[in-house]
Design a protein around this ligand. Structure first.
Ligand code: NAP
Length: 257
């Protein structure tokens, strides 16, 4: 019997089988969850192809997190199919190239606004949009994916600022959703070579320093540890944990040099 037996989970951010959310989706099914995936725009057809690679093919719904009609349609679909929602994985991030290339002075506000809306505000949009269904579960869990925003990284620039906003937002959401037994936590993951990561100009530097410093070592092509942590947070095994940021980074965050 798996730790997600009978759980109904919405998983965003599966693009291909390297996506952090794909590893989580696969493990969630293996642990007994029923899942629905979401995809967006031109990536939607890739998400549909990727859904077939799961142990059990998952339904894929269209969801651009900035689109309130998509959000309403996802809520209606889940209400009809499941009648409640036990968990959400927010694995969404995007920043225009000006935000993740060159230096911090590079990006105009319009581009920064896109990065902040898609990568940070979207966590609130997702929780608020699906709140009625989360409330119908006995307890529910929302998990987001973070990259440590306590310091400045090469090339990460405005995406780093968006992650700082996401970290703060997760605490406010935890505060205001706790009364409805909804937990909100983040996993601060080490670097993994995904499509989103490849667009960050400084990514190769992460690979080198993680290799040198992470006490437990780190493999940028293996997201299985991140998947396990996501599934643990989605399960009933962290019933008294909310507003938390858990590092799954080989211990890199604990070591200064
Ligand atoms: P990924 O496979 O490229 O996933 C990013 C996902 O975000 C894609 O499915 C993308 O869809 C989706 N997305 C972008 N704009 C969206 C929108 N408006 N509405 C809905 N979905 C949207 O990359 P990933 O690395 O697994 O990223 C997942 C999360 O993990 C992100 O929050 C990322 O910041 C975080 N994270 C990644 C790392 C890493 O090293 N890879 C480390 C720490 C945290 P399309 O591509 O189809 O637009």
């Amino acid at each position: 019997m798996g730790i997600l037996k009978d759980k109904k989970i919405l998983i965003t951010g599966v693009l291909n089988d390297q996506s952090l959310a794909f590893g989580a989706a696969k493990l969630a099914q293996q642990e007994g969850a029923e899942i629905i995936l979401t995809g967006v725009g031109r990536g939607l057809s890739i998400t549909r192809r990727t859904a077939r690679k799961l142990p059990s093919e998952a339904v894929v719904l269209e969801l651009d997190v900035t689109n309130t009609e998509h959000m309403e349609a996802v809520k209606t679909h889940i209400a009809k199919e499941w009648g409640k929602l036990d968990g959400i994985l927010h694995a969404i991030g995007f920043a225009p190239s000006s935000c993740i290339e060159g230096d911090i002075f590079n990006a105009p506000w319009n581009d920064v606004a896109v990065a902040l809306e898609v990568s940070a505000y979207s966590l609130k949009a997702l929780v608020a949009g699906l709140m009625p269904l989360l409330k119908l579960a006995e307890t529910s869990s929302v998990v987001g994916l973070d990259f440590d925003a306590t310091m400045a990284w090469p090339g990460y620039n405005w995406m780093g600022v968006a992650k700082a906003a996401l970290e703060s937002l997760s605490r406010y959401l935890a505060r205001d959703a706790g009364k409805d037994n909804i937990r909100v936590n983040l996993i601060s993951a080490g670097p993994v070579r995904t499509i989103a990561a490849k667009s960050v100009s400084g990514f190769s530097a992460f690979d080198t320093v993680w290799n040198e410093r992470a006490p437990l070592g780190w493999n940028v092509t293996d997201s299985s540890a991140v998947a396990k942590a996501i599934v643990a947070f989605l399960s009933d095994w962290f019933p008294a944990t909310t507003g938390e940021i858990l590092h799954v980074d080989g211990g890199y965050h604990a070591v200064g040099a």
